[in-house]
Design a protein around this ligand. Structure first.
Ligand SMILES: [Zn+2]
Ligand SMILES: [Zn+2]
Length: 74
């Protein structure tokens, strides 16, 4: 079963056209694309997401104050 898909401008996901308008309205309002993993996450939990998923919240926040960019290595 192949349906029509459109790419969401916000999260860059393929969304079934039937749901696209609804999805995009929701997505633009509530979701942002995480710069680390490119997953759509709720705006309000972006920081939380970075801490939990990428475990560099502390460094990330500290570094935000200075204009230094460090790529965390494992
Ligand atoms: Zn979206
Ligand atoms: Zn992420």
């Amino acid at each position: 079963m192949e349906g029509d898909f459109s790419v969401c401008r916000n999260c860059k996901r393929h969304v079934v056209s039937a749901n696209f308008t609804l999805h995009e309205a929701y997505c633009l309002r509530f979701l942002v694309l995480c710069p680390e993993c490119e997953e759509p996450v709720p705006k309000e939990t972006t920081e939380e997401h970075c801490k939990v998923e990428h475990q560099q919240g502390k460094e990330f926040q500290l570094l935000k104050g200075k204009s230094t960019v460090i790529i965390a290595t494992k």
